[in-house]
Ligand binder design. Structure first.
Ligand code: ADP
Length: 400
């Protein structure tokens, strides 16, 4: 087989998301998910050539078993020999990694050392790396970090107003996340408007379950809404985003919350879910708000859009010019309602929406939804797996 494929693995605490990406087209030829690992309900799903296969797994499967199952399936589908590398999404690279990196024992030790910065993510990512090393020991493994793209942020953007020693001694600073997505859509947006990326300034809004906004100047991140953890910034599906830290003391000192309960509350029970009392899923909330006239769902969506618009306006202060705004992620690519609410809030920045274009965006295609007198308002489909695959392949080429 002549195609060059990279197996992309994104390992969560109880799931392994995977895809095989053709590096020439950037498109996935196979996708799948092993989920509810370590429970009696573990399952494994595979999509290949318009067919979906679904297996329930009898034993309480762990990550190792899920990757072994994946290798078995890829062997059965005769895809295993076409894979040249494994690319792993790693959430936190701290200040140690500003580039995709070939995985060695030292790199794994560093990812492990950085686990205190991302206790929910880095240990799971490491588990995926070790499982893949074991099952596919003949293949090079590459780590692609969510934070790497934001290492170009200047000090004034990444430092908090806290004692400087906390940064020096404990690496407490802003890092930014969703780097692969922001980098990719900025490149696509430059192509779309026909201007070299090095001369472009964009604000990119990645709106999925997690949401972050980034100012990208000349292809580099110069500021971003997520901070020390992905909790900072705009409101999200189940995360609160920014709040007065005084609320945390109040919850602990006066309402009897434990630190762990506060962590759960802010990460898992807030945002769209907390405000609506219904769901963290934007599509479900739009249905409830507009088909069932659910006022809490409406309120949650209104706050969500307002807070995003405020962040976009705030991040515009980091730029000296602005070519346009980019919407991406599940919500950014698909919700005409959310895009409209956000753009209507930003007329002062000269964003004006074309209602017809906004309604008629084509699934999976880039589009401009602005009026002729407006700055660009672009809808650009992201492809995080494609970026991880192409960067992994590039690392191998450079290592040769
Ligand atoms: P993740 O961050 O987990 O990768 P996605 O980028 O897939 O998530 O985004 C998931 C979000 O996208 C969900 O809130 C979902 O409701 C929303 N979404 C997907 N399709 C639509 C749609 N047609 N209209 C509104 N929201 C949508």
């Amino acid at each position: 087989m002549s195609q060059i494929h990279v197996l992309v693995i994104n390992c969560g605490s109880s799931s392994v998301k995977f895809s095989i990406v053709d590096t020439a087209s950037g498109q996935a030829v196979l996708t799948g998910l092993a989920e509810r690992l370590l429970s009696a309900k573990a399952s494994f799903k595979l999509n290949y050539r318009q067919q979906s296969e679904h297996f329930s797994l009898n034993a309480p499967y762990d990550h190792q078993a899920a990757v072994a199952e994946l290798v078995q399936q890829l062997t059965r589908l005769e895809l295993i020999d076409s894979i040249s590398a494994v690319g792993h999404r790693v959430v936190h690279g701290g200040e140690k990694f500003s580039q995709p990196t070939l995985i060695t024992a030292k790199v794994k030790a560093t990812i492990n050392e950085l686990a205190h910065l991302a206790p929910l993510h880095n240990p799971a990512n490491l588990t995926g790396i070790e499982a893949a090393e074991k099952a596919l020991e003949h293949l090079p493994q590459v780590a692609v970090f969510d934070t790497a793209f934001h290492q170009s942020m200047p000090e004034k953007a990444y430092l908090y107003g806290l004692p400087y020693e906390l940064y020096q001694e404990h690496a407490i600073r802003r890092y930014g996340f969703h780097g692969s997505s922001h980098a990719f859509v900025a490149g696509q947006a430059a192509d779309f408007i026909g201007k070299p990326l090095s001369q472009c300034s964009f604000i990119s809004a990645h709106l999925g379950n997690g949401c972050s906004i980034t100012a990208v100047k000349g292809g580099q991140s110069i500021d971003s809404s997520m901070g020390f953890t992905p909790l900072e910034g705009v409101m999200m599906g189940s995360r609160s985003g920014d709040l007065d830290p005084g609320i945390i003391f109040h919850l602990i000192d006066h309402l009897g919350y434990s630190p762990d309960e506060v962590q759960q509350l802010l990460n898992k029970k807030s945002g769209l879910l907390g405000l609506s009392g219904l769901s963290n899923d934007c599509r479900e909330l739009e249905q409830a708000a507009f088909e069932e006239n659910n006022t809490r769902a409406k309120l949650a969506l209104e706050i969500f859009c307002y807070r995003i618009a405020k962040y976009i306006a705030a991040l515009s202060a980091s730029l000296t010019s602005l070519d346009g705004l980019i919407f991406t992620g599940g919500i950014g690519e698909n919700s005409s309602y959310v895009r409209e609410q956000i753009l209507n809030q930003l007329s002062l920045l000269n964003f004006h929406i074309d209602q017809d274009k906004n309604r008629d965006t084509r699934f999976g295609k880039s589009d401009d939804i602005s009026t002729p007198s407006s700055r660009y308002a672009l809808v650009i489909p992201t492809n995080e797996e494609g970026v991880i695959a192409s960067q992994s392949y590039q690392v191998l080429q450079e290592a040769k």
